[in-house]
Design a binder for this molecule. Structure first.
Ligand code: NCD
Ligand code: ZN
Length: 356
C-alpha cells in the first residue's frame, strides 16, 4: 500500500495500488452487447456477478450455464476473469431449482419485485409465497440479492426503497437469520441505517453514481436521461449518507456498480429506460468519490476486500494500480448496433488504471 493520509488531500500522491477489485452487481446483457460489456468488465475486475434480467430472464440452471458460455466467448484472450452467475426468481421458482443451482455452482439468486425496474415483469409478486425457496437458499448457503423497491403506483418513486425495507425486508431478514441477503444499489439514509442495524449476514452494495450524483444531477437545469437509473437518484442528504457509509470501512457496505448499459436512443426517448453504464471507468469513478471524501485509504476495503469477506471468497492475488493521470471520458462507446453514453461522458476523471 502507498503511504498516504486520509485526513488531508495529498495531491502529491501519484499512484495507488490496491488488491484487484470485483464487481458484485452488474448487467452484461447478451448477444451483440457482450462484445462491449465483457472486455470492459474484464479490464476493471477479476470477478463480476452477472445479473439475470435478460429477455427472457435467466430462471434456471440451464439458462444460466448457457449464458455463462455466451459471456465466456467474449473474454479477451489471457484475461483472468470469472463471471458469477445468478438466477432470476419468479413466482414459479421451486426449491429444486435452488438445489440444482447450488450443485452447478450458481452464485446466487436475484429478487426483483415484479415490474420494479428494467426487464422485471416476470419478477416476484409475493415474497411470502417464496418463503420455502428462501429457507432452502439459507440451508444451501445461497445468497439472496435484492432489488429493494416496492412497485406500487401509490408510493412516490423517491420513497420506494424505504417502503420496501419497512414492508418486506425487516420481516424477511428476521424470518431467515441464516440467509445471506444483499440489498443492492442502496440509495437512502434509511437503507444505510437498516444495514447498520442488522446482523453480519445482511449487507449492501453502493454504485458509483449514487456516490457522485444526486437528483439535481438528474432533474435540475434540464432532464438528464443518462443519469436515470433505478433506484432513482435521491436528494443530497442521502448521497452524503451513502458517501459516509462507503468510506466508513464498515464491511457491510461494498462495491456493486450496477453498470447497466442501454443504447443511446433508448435512453434519449420520450420513455427513456433506467440504467447507467459505468464499466468504462468504474474504479476511477469510485476513486473520484473517495478522494472527494478524503478517504482514498478506504477504497481498497470497499472495492476488493469486503465483498469477498461477505461471500467467503479469497481476495484476488493480482493488484491494480491507479495513476493520477487525468483523462476525459469518451462521449459515446460503440454498443451493439448503436452507441451508449457512459457515466461522466466528456468529463475529466483524476485517476486512471495503469495497465503497464
Ligand atoms: C438495471 C437494468 O438496466 O438492467 N437498471 C437500473 O436502472 N439499475 C436494472 C436494475 O438493476 O434495476
Ligand atoms: Zn442492477
Amino acid at each position: 500500500m502507498q503511504n498516504y493520509s486520509s485526513r488531508a488531500l495529498d495531491f502529491s500522491m501519484q499512484t495507488l495500488t490496491i488488491i484487484y477489485p470485483d464487481d458484485w452487481h452488474c448487467h452484461l446483457r447478451n448477444e451483440n452487447a457482450l462484445a462491449t460489456t465483457v472486455p470492459y468488465a474484464a479490464k476493471q475486475f477479476k470477478r463480476v456477478v452477472a445479473m439475470p434480467n435478460l429477455q427472457p430472464p435467466v430462471c434456471d440452471v440451464d439458462a444460466a450455464l448457457n449464458y455463462l458460455q455466451e459471456i465466456k466467448a467474449h473474454i479477451p484472450e489471457g484475461a483472468d476473469f470469472t463471471p458469477l452467475m445468478t438466477l432470476y426468481l419468479t413466482d414459479k421458482t421451486t426449491t429444486k431449482t435452488i438445489y440444482d443451482a447450488k450443485e452447478k455452482g450458481i452464485f446466487g439468486c436475484k429478487l426483483y419485485p415484479a415490474g420494479v425496474t428494467t426487464h422485471s415483469t416476470q419478477g416476484v409478486t409475493s415474497l411470502e409465497a417464496l418463503y420455502p425457496v428462501f429457507a432452502t437458499m439459507a440451508k444451501q448457503q445461497m445468497p439472496l440479492l435484492i432489488h429493494g423497491e416496492v412497485n406500487d403506483k401509490s408510493v412516490d418513486i423517491f420513497d420506494r426503497e424505504k417502503r420496501f425495507i419497512e414492508q418486506h425486508l425487516v420481516k424477511l431478514t428476521q424470518e431467515f437469520p441464516e440467509l445471506k441477503v444483499v440489498l443492492e444499489h442502496i440509495t437512502t439514509k434509511e437503507a444505510v441505517q437498516f444495514i447498520e442495524s442488522t446482523s453480519s449476514n445482511v449487507a449492501a452494495t453502493i454504485t458509483p453514481q449514487h456516490l457522485l450524483l444526486n437528483r439535481n444531477d438528474l432533474l435540475a437545469g434540464g432532464i438528464k436521461p443518462h443519469h436515470y437509473c433505478l433506484p432513482i437518484l435521491k436528494r443530497s442528504l442521502h448521497q452524503e449518507t451513502l458517501i459516509k457509509a462507503a468510506t466508513s470501512a464498515n464491511p457491510k457496505f461494498f462495491i456493486g456498480t450496477d453498470s447497466a448499459p442501454h443504447a443511446k436512443k433508448q435512453k434519449e426517448s420520450a420513455c427513456g429506460c433506467a440504467g447507467i453504464f459505468s464499466h468504462h471507468g468504474a474504479i476511477e469513478l469510485y476513486a473520484q468519490a473517495f478522494e472527494q471524501a478524503n478517504a482514498l485509504d478506504k477504497l481498497e476495503g470497499f472495492t476488493s476486500k469486503f465483498g469477498p469477506d461477505f461471500y467467503g471468497f479469497a481476495y484476488n492475488k493480482a493488484k491494480l494500480t491507479l495513476k493520477r493521470i487525468p483523462w476525459v471520458v469518451p462521449k459515446t462507446i460503440p454498443y451493439a448496433q448503436d452507441v451508449l453514453v457512459p457515466l461522466f461522458a466528456e468529463k475529466t476523471l483524476a485517476w486512471q488504471i495503469s495497465y503497464e
